[in-house]
Design a binder for this molecule. Structure first.
Ligand code: ATP
Length: 300
């Protein structure tokens, strides 16, 4: 459920810009039995362009609000900096807390302790809409509204021209697929609409990111679901999307981790190691074990 929620949250914030989407916004929150809980501080500011693209966690502890008071912390004392334009990869065993970190960047939840800095400011001092405007998300679950492909793309940029839609779709490697559909960009998708494959949906999500052109891309990499050919196509599109912006990747694939500027190794809600691939391989830690496991799995 959380995975589905994440892309939707960002999308819905954008959807709010569209005058007609207020009721849709309310309906989906109703459906999820959630309220948009975070309210701007009275003196909240828009994100300032000075340090745009910089993301920092300072001593962040996090406990999911719906868990019992005595249950364990999901994140413990997380501190890291990702500089503008860097590609950061978070790796670690399943359930270690990687996705939770990605939820805290657009302030989907509040840190229980410590603080999260976006473009040099504490996210609690920022206007939520402004924060979310600067973050793009590509995750394993891409939410498509029951609307045309063009409309689904325009959620990312309501005033985009047809030429802009096409340019983004071409860069995301999805244009040719779209024009092969019976109604092209006017093909209805989403619930009861034309069914897109997982890889096609991901490329729609990438096209949205390109249209939105955010300073920070949060990428929750697919664990499986794609065949080799579509995976390669998605990967190429992701490489384009990551260019010229900070990328924070919840990485499951060794191939995308190797070239990261910095890798954070998460285990049991803590950062247990950090460095480049070469640095981490030189230590006999969790990272080297994860790599060995992955190699064993792909050669088995
Ligand atoms: P994976 O690699 O399998 O995706 P992950 O490292 O991304 O795992 P998270 O999804 O961040 O891990 O989960 C960390 C912990 O938080 C897990 O124990 C998970 O069960 C718990 N958790 C995740 N979402 C929620 C939620 N909405 N409410 C309560 N607990 C949650």
């Amino acid at each position: 459920q959380a995975r589905l929620l994440f892309p939707m949250m960002g999308l819905l914030r954008v959807a709010l810009d569209l005058q007609t989407s207020q009721s849709l916004f309310a309906r989906i929150f109703q459906y999820l039995d959630l309220s948009p809980a975070i309210i701007d501080a009275p003196n909240a500011r828009a994100v300032s362009p000075a340090a745009l693209g910089r993301v920092e966690f300072v001593g962040v502890d996090f406990r999911y609000p719906d868990t019992e008071a005595r249950s364990r912390l999901t994140l413990k004392n997380i501190s890291f900096v990702v500089e503008p334009g860097q590609y950061a990869a978070f790796v670690g065993p399943s359930g270690s807390g990687k996705t939770t970190i990605s939820y805290l960047i657009p302030r989907m939840y509040e840190a229980s302790k410590g603080h999260i800095m976006f473009a040099g400011e504490n996210v609690t001092d920022l206007q939520q809409d402004s924060l979310v405007d600067h973050i793009g998300v590509v995750s394993q679950e891409t939410y498509l509204f029951h609307a045309t492909i063009a409309d689904n793309l325009r959620y990312a940029k309501p005033d985009a021209t047809d030429a802009e839609l096409e340019a983004a779709a071409r860069a995301a490697n999805i244009h040719k697929t779209i024009v092969s559909f019976p109604d092209g960009y006017d093909t209805m998708v989403g619930e009861r609409g034309y069914r897109l494959s997982g890889g096609e949906k991901q490329r729609i999500a990438i096209a949205r990111v390109l249209l939105k052109d955010p300073a920070v891309l949060v990428l929750d990499e697919a664990t499986s679901a794609l065949d080799t050919v579509s995976e390669r196509i998605v990967q190429k599109a992701l490489d384009v999307a990551a260019r010229n912006r900070t990328t924070i990747a919840i990485a499951h694939r060794l191939s995308t981790v190797i070239n990261a500027d910095v890798i954070f190794v998460i285990d049991g809600g803590e950062i247990v190691d950090r460095g480049t691939h070469v640095e981490l391989m030189g230590r006999d830690g969790v990272y080297a074990r994860l790599v060995a496991e992955q190699i064993r799995m792909t050669t088995a």
